[in-house]
Write a protein that binds this ligand. Structure first.
Ligand SMILES: *Cc1c(COP(=O)(O)O)cnc(C)c1O
Length: 431
């Protein structure tokens, strides 16, 4: 590293030891980074192809107000999403407030009283527990008489095919498969494994709707779950597909009937996709989608860098330093609240916004333990931007993700290590 850059890092609070340790770790990652760039290149062309195929024009970037009838930009964007995910249709709306809302919408609109929902991949994301009614909540699926069954992964992370088969019966209407690990330490599922699971399930009952919670997985691989049999893929625009520019929103891409059900629930029976003004938001949705493959690649590099760095320091990292990636999340187990808190403080201090504030654990709605979050984002709560969060409960793992650019992701990780070093949590290497 040249002196000019080195002194910039020094001026930004990174010590000589932390910086050179980081560089040493990075020198071993060139080949992996080249593979990530290749995936980004492929996905960039995939997105561009979809934008061109639907003749996105300047008029599409403008918005509508009021009812939003004949919103050409909104309708075209939904076609673009359907092309990117190779699905029949898509619903992509600012009225979908977050990822949980998108998932709740997909579930509540495609299930009816008496139906059963099955998760064959263990406990779903924390906020879905209330959607399903695992933890009681008003308006949950359970309140509507929709039952839930869960089959956990086997201890080695593989699917429990025997019990999945036993759990499928005539009432099983929809299967939810979470691609990303979320706040768990199980492995994230590859698109290929998701495909195998869907084939198995459809082999038992062909008309089951297979939904994939695609949060954090978009553009990490070349295929998406909808390329391997998923009837619906669902996610948040303030994660990967919004490319850091979408200020709100969620999407559901899938079979026409599934998307239609969701649209009738989002707006109203009879109205469906025909209403829903896009206001002034569409150019951010389009441009964000256009940038998403490269933004996701930067975040992935950050995750791999963090895994390699912290593994070398003796912490358990999930995925480990060598594993293939299927989402942008990196978990690091610190084994103590102090480690989680120092890590998050380091990430916060690297932010472009609110770098001067100190994050603290708090009782966040939808979660069953205190959570500390580091986020200094242009879009509040955006987790495609450099961010970290950790529930303050064993095994005291922190979940790190995002970074709109690779240099920023790198800097954030160095800052986290600097904070751990300053607090003597990694004193073995940094006396
Ligand atoms: C983020 C996330 C959600 C929920 O999305 P929010 O936008 O936070 O509501 C659901 N599932 C997974 C796997 C996620 O990562």
């Amino acid at each position: 590293m040249n002196d000019e850059l080195k002194s910039m890092y020094t001026a930004m609070g990174i010590s000589e030891e932390v910086l050179s340790f980081g560089e040493e770790v990075l020198s071993g990652l060139k080949e992996r980074f080249a593979l990530i760039d290749e995936t980004a290149e492929y996905n960039q062309l995939k997105v561009l192809k979809a934008l061109q195929a639907h003749q996105v024009s300047e008029a599409c970037l403008l918005g509508t107000t009021g009812y939003g009838y004949n919103d050409i930009g909104r309708d075209t964007l939904e076609k673009v999403y359907a092309s990117v995910f190779h699905t029949e249709d898509a619903l992509v709306r600012p009225q979908i407030t977050c990822g949980t809302h998108a998932l709740a919408l997909a579930l509540l609109s495609n299930l009816r009283p008496g139906d059963e929902l099955l998760s064959p991949v263990g406990k779903p994301y924390d906020t879905l527990e209330e959607v399903i009614g695992i933890r009681p909540s008003k308006g949950s699926l359970r309140e509507y008489g929709i039952t839930y069954r869960q089959v956990d992964l086997l201890p080695d992370g593989s699917f429990d095919y025997d019990n999945i088969k036993k759990s499928i019966h005539e009432k099983t209407k929809l299967v939810t498969i979470q691609r990303s690990k979320g706040y768990q330490t199980r492995p994230t599922l590859s698109v290929q494994r998701i495909g195998e699971l869907i084939s198995f399930i459809k082999g038992i009952k062909p008309d089951i709707i297979c939904m994939v919670d695609n949060c954090y997985g978009e553009f990490v691989e070349k295929p998406e779950p909808s390329d391997v049999g998923a009837d619906m893929v669902v996610g948040s625009l303030i994660k990967n597909p919004g490319g850091g520019l979408a200020p709100i929103g969620g999407y559901i891409a899938g079979k026409r009937e599934c998307v239609e059900n969701a649209a009738f629930r989002l707006t109203s029976p009879g109205l469906g996709k025909e209403v829903g003004a896009s206001l002034g938001i569409l150019s951010a949705f389009y441009q964000g989608l256009f940038l998403a493959p490269v933004v996701t690649a930067g975040a992935l590099k950050g995750a791999i860098f963090a895994a390699n760095l912290y593994e070398r320091l003796g912490f358990r990292v999930i995925p480990n330093s060598l594993e293939e990636r299927h989402d942008i999340i990196q978990a690091v187990e610190f084994g103590s609240p102090d480690g989680v808190i120092a890590f998050c403080e380091g990430i916060q201090s690297a932010a472009p916004v609110d770098s001067h504030v100190t994050p603290e654990p708090w009782d966040m709605p939808g979660y069953d333990a205190k959570v500390i979050m580091a986020a200094g984002a242009f879009v509040s709560g955006s987790s495609i931007e450099l961010s970290a969060d950790g529930p303050i409960k064993p095994p005291f793992a922190v979940y790190f993700q995002g970074g709109l650019t690779w240099p920023h992701a790198k800097f954030g990780i160095l800052k986290s290590l600097q904070a751990l070093s300053d607090r003597r949590i990694v004193s073995k290497f940094f006396p």
